[in-house]
Design a protein around this ligand. Structure first.
Ligand code: DQA
Length: 148
């Protein structure tokens, strides 16, 4: 049976392409979805790709990935820097977690330097725009295959 990769996206990422394009680029979330779907299919995996502006919905989906996913790619947007609920949900997972960001929070405002996702993630990919999602898919598939 093929692997299922969950790719979850947090608040404001629905506005990709329009929102601060000098920081986040001109690719839309649909472009990112297409890239993730095509890279997953090349790697023999299927994908569940979603976006929500709501913290609780993201927590529900992380819990869903716990039983239905082989790996999780997460761009939690600003919740990365604030959400203990997302941190706790991630800590309940045994599948690999890849944290991804379009921008590099490490070279931006100081409030973006703290991540509540990173301590629960296998690794972090940041600063490469939409291309980072392609790297994240490769990492997620590699880690999921190693576990199975
Ligand atoms: C982001 C970085 C976060 O700091 C920010 O709040 C976002 C997007 C990124 O992908 O670069 O919404 O996660």
């Amino acid at each position: 049976m093929s692997l299922t990769i969950y790719c979850l996206n947090g608040p404001n990422l629905n506005l990709l392409g329009e929102r601060e394009p000098e920081i986040y680029g001109r690719d839309t979330l649909d472009d990112v979805r297409a890239l993730v779907e095509s890279r997953c299919s090349e790697g023999g995996a299927s994908v569940v790709f979603r976006q929500s502006n709501h913290e609780g919905e993201l927590v529900d989906w992380i819990q869903e990935a716990r039983t239905k996913g082989a790996a999780l790619i997460l761009n939690a947007g600003a919740y990365t820097h604030t959400s203990i609920a997302i941190h706790d949900a991630l800590k309940a997972l045994t599948i690999p977690v890849v944290e991804v960001h379009l921008s590099n929070p490490g070279n931006r405002e100081s409030f973006r330097r703290r991540s509540f996702v990173a301590p629960a993630a296998s690794g972090v990919i940041a600063g490469f725009g939409a291309y980072g999602y392609r790297l994240a898919v490769d990492a997620a598939i590699e880690l999921a295959n190693k576990r199975s």
